[in-house]
Design a protein around this ligand. Sequence first.
Ligand code: PGA
Length: 259
Amino acid sequence: MAEVVIVESAAAAGALVADEIARLIAGRPDAVLGLATGSTPLPVYEALRPRLSDVDTSRVRAFALDEYVGIDPAHPESYRSVITREVVEPLGFTPEQVHVPNGSTDGIEHAGDDYEAAITAAGGVDLQILGIGTDGHIGFNEPGSSFASRTRVKTLTQRTRHDNARFFSSIDEVPMHCITQGLGTILAARHLVLLAFGEGKARAVAAALEGPISALVPASAVQLHEHVTVVLDEAAASQLKLADYYRHAFDNKPAWQGL
Ligand code: PGA
């Protein structure tokens, strides 16, 4: 089962996950990171900055989960721009090290296969950071997504467009389509690290971790993976039935085990 770690704040979660990423890169200088966008991973990227300042990261590669389709890559809310602003520039990567699916409508029919091929050529993702949508999506795999799916174009739910409207001037500006790694792509990463903060995520988190494995809750796919770490604040953990057990297990974790 997933290891669930309940921490006091998003900053504490960021520090915990950043420590693990720094440890990974120290042991494997050509590590392949899986990046997420949205608000959730920002504390991780912030905490990584001091941890990587003296580390040679020139061989690290990274792959983002998803991108909007048809958005100008230069738009400040394209995931290419977000990744450049939040990861590439502050962490001192080159743009070539960090891949984002190509959301241009020109050639979109093979963009998914190209992205899969690039991940495979890099040797697969070592550690995949994940947020979770209020509708239970991971990446942009909306409810109903196949657990075997690979990178492809999806139609965003109105709920996701509504959730993401805060980044745009209105919901009408939020693209209708996206290109996202599939659940099968995500499950192929060697370590999944899912983070969630706030009351608004509590229901989706409980459904994903303790509910049935179901296409209705794409994040429930993590129950099928052998190495999953879920890092939550108290509010996001508030609907978990086994929260006390997760705390007990983490408090008594042998020191030699990493995340
Ligand atoms: P958020 O989005 O981190 O902005 O809440 C998470 C997601 O939609 O996957």
